[in-house]
Design a binder for this molecule. Sequence first.
Ligand code: CU
Length: 537
Amino acid sequence: MLSRRRIIQLGLISFPAIHPIARAPAANRDTNDSELASPPTRPFAAELPVMPIAQSVPSLDPPSQPDPVSGEAPRASHQRWHDFLPKMFYDIHQMEAQHSFHPDLPLNTIWGFNGIFPGPTFHARYGEPIVVRFHNDLPTNHVGFGIPQTTTHLHNGHTPSESDGFPADFFDSGLFKDNHYPNTLAGGDPRETLGTLWYHDHRVDFTAQNSYRGLVGFYLLFDDQDSGDELDHNPRAFRLPSGEFDIPLVFADKRFTRDGELLFNPFNLEGFIGDKFTVNGVIQPFLKVARRKYRFRLLDAGPSRFYEFLLSSGQPFILIANDGNLLPNPLTVQSARLGVANRMDVIIDFSNYRIGDQLFLVNRLAQQDGTGPTGELLNPGTPILRFDVDRDAPDHSQVPSTLRPLPDIDLSQVVRTRRWVFGDDNGGWTVNGKFFNVNEVRAAPQQGTAEIWVLQNDGGDWSHPIHIHMEEFQILSRNGQPPPPHEVSRKDVVILGPDDEVRVFIRFRDFLGRYPTHCHNLVHEDHAMMFRWDVVP
Ligand SMILES: [Cu+2]
């Protein structure tokens, strides 16, 4: 019997969704991407870029409103518009642009929000609903991978369905769409406050290619406690490191041709692994830091790699948030493991180093292909970001011993249990034996109820980071055991290692409509490891 891997190599799989696979050079028609080594680049030759903060505009023309307006891509009317009247407006253009991944490589043609990779960072606040108008200004005659149709998803946003970037809600170049982000608490519960979100393209079948090409950015949410001000006089404020000392870091591995051109292999359906590590769009950058505390918001943007981060000095991290959600209490951890789309907010205190010291953020997790990490921890691993301690700076920040309590898990609210098996039967990536079909509603939970979802990996060697849209969940058990301390948290992406079974508690509040659940190995997602579920009245 042919293995699934062999079947893929022979090109025998046909998928039910539309898969107009982009043309790739013949030399790339192989799943063994490790043969395609990128050109050498000097480590730590360029400074870490810090993304600009997205700037609002006074108004949109035509004005955004509950029903679609002229020139807008087709969409359903906005839910609960008048409950969450937008107070701020943003005008964002998805554009092709030139980008430098490294001074030793030529400029590359990327796709970015406002033409930059990563895109501008949103600073949003609870109680301030916003509308973001996403214009698709991508070229229709583009060269290379990607498809110039987009649908933007705000990852872990508690967002009405019609603004959630459903994979089938993509639209063509020349059109725009208004996404309404209410910035409201799930169920009105302050324990559901979110913090580190990100936005990216979610076009069905092409999410890996479009986001790999650059359609990725951060969206940070603040409230009166996580206020983004370490000098805040409000006694409730956490006063975590803020401003220039609060730095989002997006990790994305890339691969380049011999000529230094960004390379993606659409024929590799297992998962695409780069041999160059970018942070905020630059290969192995350095960051000048002051002798004080910093908050770093780590994000794995994929497409397929897992990371285990450590500091070369042996100093532990203070972990304050998992998947962007502040923990009940900070945890001291030696390392932080992230699957695709996971976030970890960590505090690093540089006050015990001397000016002139250098230390490294190191990835030690071995991964050869899209299967997932081998489990081996490399020694010393790959230094990805160098910290250069170069100055003193005042530090008014603190790390409170108590952050956000967890919402109650009230099992009496549970109306049913559903089992979702993530597998590789039927010759491809499936959930309960089926490929993604945008028109098939696989679950219809009733608004206001809670359910237990059992997420199970039957894939043998494979690891799958599973993402559920719209609501945070809490892990009840992992392989029959209580979750480890860092997973005692609200989560939106859970790593399913080989044969793992994770039971989660999830509720369905505030908005109706269709949402997806999928593997966030973007290649698995695009090759149909996803299902649709609808919240119904
Ligand atoms: Cu997967």
